[in-house]
Structure formats: C-alpha cells, structure tokens
Design a protein around this ligand. Structure first.
Ligand code: AHG
Ligand code: MN
Ligand code: MN
Ligand code: MN
Length: 326
C-alpha cells in the first residue's frame, strides 16, 4: 500500500530548515539561506506557470540552447528568475544551468556554494498544462572563497552534493529536498504564500508495479532493456509516463516504480543530463532507499567531465532497478 503522510501541522519550510540546521555539517546558516532562496525562486516560477495561458509565456522562445533544443519561453523565464534569486540571495558564487552553455558568475565570489540546475524540466508539457518541475543540486565549492569559481567546483561528483531537490508544479506545488539526512517534502499553500511540511521522511517502497519510459523509443532500446520492458508487460505492470522527469520520478518514489531513459540511436549517450537532472535525483533516490544506475555503475559514482554531459538513467525502487541490472 502507498504510505500515507500525516496531515500538515503547520510547520513552514523556513521553520523546518531552521530546526534542521544542525543536520548540516557546517551549520553557519548559509545553506539554510540558500534553500530558502531556492524556495523563493520556486514561488516566483510557480506564479508564472499558474498564469501561463494568460500572460503570453507559452510557446517557443525562438532560440536553441546548448543541448540543441528549441527553448520554450518558460525555460528562459524560469532560468532568469532562478539566477536572479540566487544572485540576490548572496550564498552562491556560480551556477550552471541547462539553458546556459557556460558557468554563470553571480558576482558573489565570497559565497561558499555552487548550484547546478534544470530551471524548467518537462518543457514539452508547458503548453498543455501538464506537470513540470525545477531540479537543483548544491555543492560546497572546492576553490578558495574570494576567488572566481571554476569548473572544478562542478566536477566533484554526485556523492559530494550537500543538498539536492526539486520543485514539482503539479496538481499542487511541492518542494522536495535532501541534505543527506532523509527526504522532506513540502506543499505550497497559495493563499498563504508558504511551503508547509506535508511529507516527512519520504521512503520509496522497495519494489513496485509501475514502469515509466518513452515506449515510442522501444525499438531503439538496448536488447536487455527491451527484455526488461517485456517482462513488465508480462507482469501487467502499470505503464505511466508523463514526460516530465521530475513528475515521473516523484510518482515512482511515492508509489514504487522504475523510470528508464536508455541510450537510443537518437541519443546514444542517453538524453538526460548528469549534473542537473541525474545527480540530484540519484541522491534523492538513494536517500529514499532506492537506486539509480546508468546500467553499469551507480549514477552517483560517475565521474563528470563536462558541464552538460548526458547519461542513460535507470532509477527508482531498489528491487526493480536490481532486476533490470540482472
Ligand atoms: P527538459 O524539459 O528539462 O529539457 O527535460 C526533458 C527531459 C525530461 O523532463 C523528460 O523526462 C524527458 O526529457 C522526456 O524525453 P522524451 O520526450 O524523449 O520522452
Ligand atoms: Mn530542455
Ligand atoms: Mn529536464
Ligand atoms: Mn529543462
């Protein structure tokens, strides 16, 4: 059965972060402030998304990003909003984003953290009012404070993340994050403008009966993945695929399932991006008791070499991922 969560008892995100500050290995308050800045950016993006059909922010922006994808207006808006919130917040010295080829410098060279982000995940769903998200991943910089951040700050590897999470703009808006001490989920109350704790200590079921992949690509999947998908069909698993990674991941984490984005001829290295999609979700998956693999290694053990590198992704309930890996 799907775990139910106790009704919110009025614990706001701010209060929760304050209480949990001692969880952070360096409890100086900067990481807490950074998480609050991210929540603020989430509220601002949420506002734009809610009014999307009314304020001419749907549709294509008219440019391509470094991935060769046609940027949507909301990709660009979310990117600008997020960068601005992190610049103004002052805790981040540099950012990498799906929407920018190079490192973005905030001007706060004395700040201790760097952030990798997918400002708007699920672009293809923007115009049709389907769930989308924002993904973030936070590292403590390795270069000395006071100097300019470098690519090394972003190439530390997934196990060095100090926090990671996402905002899901779904039937309700949620912020879910981990600092490596379990996962907490907050639901946004529009009328109060606050995130409230709604999902304390999220754990994924060990197994499940949901599989999520773009089955239109089935003929291009590697044979082992095709066999696995066949076995899911034989077991009458439920096929569920929204096409927004955040939403697909969130559902599977709560209900128990596996998400697959294998390499295909179109995208031989996989489609999803390691630093701002797969690392943060893999950190969450492990915290939830699940697993994340590229088919050979745990995602968190991949050594990054490039800001926008891609990887295949198999993520979700531990047993399901292990069955796939064989
Ligand atoms: P983004 O919108 O940030 O570029 O990410 C798109 C990703 C992810 O959200 C989704 O799960 C996946 O692309 C869907 O890919 P397909 O359309 O190939 O299934
Ligand atoms: Mn994109
Ligand atoms: Mn994405
Ligand atoms: Mn995106």
């Amino acid at each position: 059965p799907v775990k139910t969560y106790a009704l919110p008892v009025g614990v706001t995100l701010d209060r929760y972060i304050m209480r949990k500050q001692s969880d952070f290995s360096f409890a100086t308050g900067e990481l807490s402030q950074l998480l609050r800045d991210i929540a603020l950016a989430g509220k601002i993006i949420n506002r734009e998304i809610n009014r999307a059909g009314l304020i001419d922010v749907t549709g294509a922006y008219g440019a391509n990003n470094v991935q060769g994808e046609c940027q949507q207006k909301l990709d660009v808006i979310a990117n600008i909003r997020f960068i601005r919130a992190l610049k103004n917040g002052g805790e981040v010295c540099a950012i990498i984003s799906e929407e920018d080829e190079e490192i973005i410098y905030t001007g706060n060279d004395h700040a201790k953290y760097v952030v990798a982000m997918d400002p708007l995940d699920g672009s293809s769903n923007i115009d049709v009012n389907v769930s989308i998200g924002t993904i973030f991943s936070i590292y403590r910089r390795v270069t000395p404070t006071g100097t300019r951040a470098t690519i090394d700050d972003f190439m530390q590897g997934g196990r060095k993340q100090v926090a990671a999470g996402y905002i899901l703009y779904g039937s309700s808006t949620m912020l879910v994050y981990t600092t490596g001490h379990g996962i907490s989920g907050f639901t946004y109350d529009h009328s109060l403008g606050e995130f409230f704790l709604s999902h304390a200590e999220i754990n994924s079921p060990v197994t499940g009966t949901i599989y999520s992949c773009n089955e239109g690509n089935y003929p291009m999947f590697p044979a082992a993945v095709r066999d696995y998908v066949d076995s899911c069909r034989q077991k009458n698993f439920m096929a569920r695929y929204i096409g927004s990674l955040v939403a697909d991941f969130h559902r599977n984490m709560i209900k128990g399932g596996i998400y697959l984005y294998p390499p295909t001829e179109k995208t031989p290295k996989g489609k999803l991006r390691l630093l701002y999609e797969c690392f943060p979700l893999a950190f969450l998956a492990e915290q939830a008791g699940g697993r994340a693999s590229d088919g050979f290694r745990d995602i968190l053990d991949i050594e990054p070499t490039n800001l926008h590198q891609r990887t295949p992704l198999y993520i979700g309930a531990r047993q399901l991922v292990e069955e796939l890996l064989g």
